[in-house]
Design a protein around this ligand. Structure first.
Ligand SMILES: *Cc1c(COP(=O)(O)O)cnc(C)c1O
Length: 371
């Protein structure tokens, strides 16, 4: 029997638009029979998204991984690319699918994003680009990364998959670097079930990205590059348009949960949080805590299991590190001596449940157990 005490609490739960509103849009799609290939909903969603996010150009994709693979194609990135091992596997898989050698650089302990000094140390004659990740939606040191890129003549492609709506000094974080990608997967702050996007800064680049996501077709008979099929369909675009109407409220609800966790867990010895950066507007996509076994008394895994015993399903994002997966662990840069901070953090992290309609009783259960 499901009681209050054993009702499962998951790390996230997707927000869906009102079904009634979606049906109205579906009726329009059924009427027009335009179900994919840059239809009305697709065009409107791109326009409204760009406006909402405060970016110039955005191209919709079927998912974030294909957006990242295509972004690397667009800039014709080859050779070696410096990236972080502390992310979702797709960040590095996208390099592999382009025949690029990933070179891992360690992260900063307070923010979990790539350490600019370690980027500089990892540059070789073969380095062509940097793929930093705004992990948990927390911005990388974008100014320093750009300085390094400018000095060494490198491109910067941000995996900004979880950074929907994040701003630094009232400017979208997506405006940094040469390109950024977003994911609209069900687990993200903003979802279109599956979905993604590339953000770029000029019209010509957008045009080429749009060719690439449609097999390279520029017109009926012209193929300008070996493109892929990564187009978002009309149903997802319509769903996304509805999601835009409520996203601000949902982020505001997430903020309250983040504040509550920070407040109620702040004096628990051995539990620490991500450090907030001055001037950043967050989207509260995740709530990672870091368990210091000596001070807390339990290891991260002991706590993780204890939570599960009480039907609280946190997730160890990001464990294992990408560099420790069999596909990558043979690389020189994957050695743990090269990545001491990432290896340590990866052994300490648990992401706690956070989503807009989480019940306050659920938060209390999580907090009481940890305390
Ligand atoms: C979610 C995520 C991805 C993958 O996006 P999909 O839309 O699921 O393909 C890539 N990188 C990071 C950092 C992510 O969080």
């Amino acid at each position: 029997m499901s009681t209050k005490e054993n009702k499962p609490i998951y790390v996230t739960s997707p927000s869906l638009p009102p079904l009634k509103d979606l049906i109205t849009y579906l009726e329009q799609i059924w009427e027009s029979k335009w179900i994919t290939n840059d239809g009305n909903f697709h065009q409107e969603f791109e326009r409204k998204l760009a406006e909402f996010l405060g970016v110039k150009y955005i191209s919709l994709f079927t998912n974030g991984t294909l957006a990242l693979i295509t972004a690397l194609q667009e800039l014709k990135i080859t050779g070696e690319v410096i990236t972080t091992p502390y992310s979702f596997v797709a960040s590095t898989h996208a390099l592999w699918w382009n025949g690029i050698k990933p070179v891992f650089a360690d992260i900063e302990p307070e923010y979990c994003t790539i350490d600019p000094e370690r980027i500089e140390a990892a540059i070789t004659a073969k380095t062509t680009a940097i793929v930093p990740v705004h992990v948990y939606g927390s911005p990388c040191n974008v100014e320093k990364i750009q300085e390094i890129a400018d000095t060494y003549g490198l491109k910067v492609i941000y995996d900004a998959a979880p950074a929907f709506g994040v701003e630094k000094n009232e400017n979208s974080i997506l405006n940094y670097g040469d390109l950024s990608i977003l994911s609209f997967h069900a687990t993200k702050t903003f979802n279109t079930i599956e979905g993604g996007a590339i953000i770029c800064h000029d019209e010509k680049t957008k045009k080429r990205i749009d060719f690439l996501k449609n097999f390279g077709f520029a017109d009926e008979t012209t193929v300008v590059a070996p493109g892929i099929n990564a187009k978002m369909n009309e149903l997802q675009a319509a769903y996304g348009l509805l999601q835009l109407k409520t996203i601000n409220e949902k982020i505001a609800k997430r903020k309250i949960i983040d504040d509550t966790y920070r407040d109620l867990l702040k004096d628990v010895e051995g539990i620490s949080f991500l450090k907030n950066i001055e001037g950043v507007k967050y989207n509260y996509a995740y709530f990672p805590i870091f368990v210091n076994q000596e001070k807390y008394g339990l290891s991260r895994d002991d706590l993780y299991v204890k939570l599960i015993e009480h039907y609280i399903f946190g997730r160890r994002y990001y464990y294992p590190l990408i560099s420790n997966f069999s596909s990558y662990k043979g690389l020189d840069s994957a050695k743990s001596e090269n990545l001491p901070v990432a290896n340590r953090i990866s052994e300490q992290v648990i992401c706690l449940p956070i989503y807009p309609d989480i019940e306050s009783e659920a938060i209390k259960r999580v907090v009481d157990l940890i305390r």
